[in-house]
Write a protein that binds this ligand. Structure first.
Ligand code: NAD
Ligand code: ZN
Length: 343
């Protein structure tokens, strides 16, 4: 089969056309991939940064955002049949640790990542356990289903706290921040302020539902708050930049008793002013992946209830032109980039 492989310990990714089709165990489902989306993690792997060098086995097929159709199921699989339209949860959990057994699989201490710790979905075929496969309703377009993994990060983060009538600050207008802003509006937040230093992405976020997109390199966030009639500070913060400066700025503009959900991964050990957390009585919650599978149900339900994610997909290429996709992702001048295996 064809696959995008991290075949060498250096920057880049390579399209290889003779990768063996993965084996299908009795509890597994073989998925024929139709669309792949490029994640920020794939860009890290492409760039071969320090995290990737420590984490990614070489050679390995990478990628974990996809839509596909069931090709074949293992002997014990009853829930799926060939032809089903599917995507899948990229974290494989152990099933036996305390959290798994309590039904909190997103907190599994032994999770393995598709396209990170085991072969991924930038390929004609992916084999994963049936419990990780998620059926896509017919009214959800293929390419929207291909971004369910990052959309799920946005939904898990955004729905961590009550947003109805609240003022929300989203730091980082990457694809996930932009989708989170759209979710906040959809579920009834009052002000949804989105910050970044990248005008392309801020414009995208504004078009998808942020009440105000703020370039913090040029504009004063406090001035924006008073322009919006905000008196006390933000009730909820969604940290989606992975940038220490953004997080420190968030802490300063939170109201007392505010709640912060943190998805962004800050490099190294960023320092913060802890008195902001203590004296304001802030709540901080780390977010990893998606809740299995409560987040997935909410994702589908919100799309069926009118949430429109299509604008976040800004670039589409046939798989043969994957390099263009990685180039535009690396430039920062994009939302989600989707690669088509059939074209
Ligand atoms: P991204 O890198 O595309 O977006 C981050 C954005 O933050 C960029 O647009 C960048 O310009 C912006 N930014 C930089 N400095 C800023 C500042 N001072 N103020 C505001 N914004 C600033 O990332 P993404 O793919 O949208 O993902 C968002 C974050 O979530 C990343 O840190 C990613 O690593 C992380 N992530 C975490 C999980 C998880 O399970 N916890 C899953 C997926 C992604
Ligand atoms: Zn577990």
């Amino acid at each position: 089969m064809r696959a995008l492989v991290k075949s060498r310990s250096e920057p880049g990714i390579w399209l290889v056309d003779d990768v063996p089709v993965p084996e299908v165990g009795v509890h597994d489902v073989l998925i024929r991939i139709r669309k792949s989306a490029i994640c920020g993690t794939d860009v890290h792997i492409y760039n071969w940064d320090e995290w990737s060098q420590r984490t990614i086995p070489v050679p390995m097929v990478v990628g974990h955002e996809y839509f596909g159709v069931v090709e074949k199921v293992g002997a014990e699989v009853e829930a799926f049949s060939p032809g089903d339209r599917v995507s899948g949860e990229g974290h494989l959990t152990c099933g036996f640790c305390r959290n798994c057994r309590a039904g909190r699989r997103h907190l599994c201490r032994n999770a393995q990542g598709v396209g990170v710790n085991r072969p991924g979905s930038f390929a004609d075929f992916l084999s994963i356990p049936a419990v990780n496969v998620y059926k896509i309703p017919d009214d959800i377009p293929d390419e929207v289903a291909s971004i369910f993994d990052p959309y799920g990060n946005a939904v898990h983060t955004a729905l961590s706290f009550d947003l109805v009538g609240e003022d929300v600050l989203v730091t980082g207008a990457g694809p996930i921040g932009v989708m989170a802003a759209a979710v906040c509006r959809h579920v009834g937040a009052r002000q949804v302020v989105l910050t970044d230093v990248n005008d392309y992405r801020l414009k995208l976020g504004q078009s998808m539902g942020a009440t105000r997109a703020v370039n913090v390199a040029k504009e004063d966030l406090r001035a924006v708050m008073s322009e919006l009639g905000m008196k006390e500070g933000f009730d909820v913060g969604l940290e989606m930049s992975g940038n220490g400066r953004a997080f420190r700025q968030m802490l300063e503009v939170m109201n007392h008793g505010g709640k912060i959900a943190m998805l962004g991964i800050m490099p190294g050990q960023e320092a913060i002013d802890w008195s902001q957390v203590v004296f304001k009585g802030l709540f901080l919650k780390g977010i990893y992946g998606r809740e299995m599978f409560e987040t997935w149900y909410k994702m589908v339900a919100m799309l069926q209830g009118g949430l429109d994610l299509r604008p976040v997909i800004t670039h589409r290429y046939p798989i043969a032109e994957f390099q263009k996709g990685f180039d535009v992702m690396r430039s920062g001048q994009s939302g989600k980039v989707v690669l088509d295996w059939a074209a």
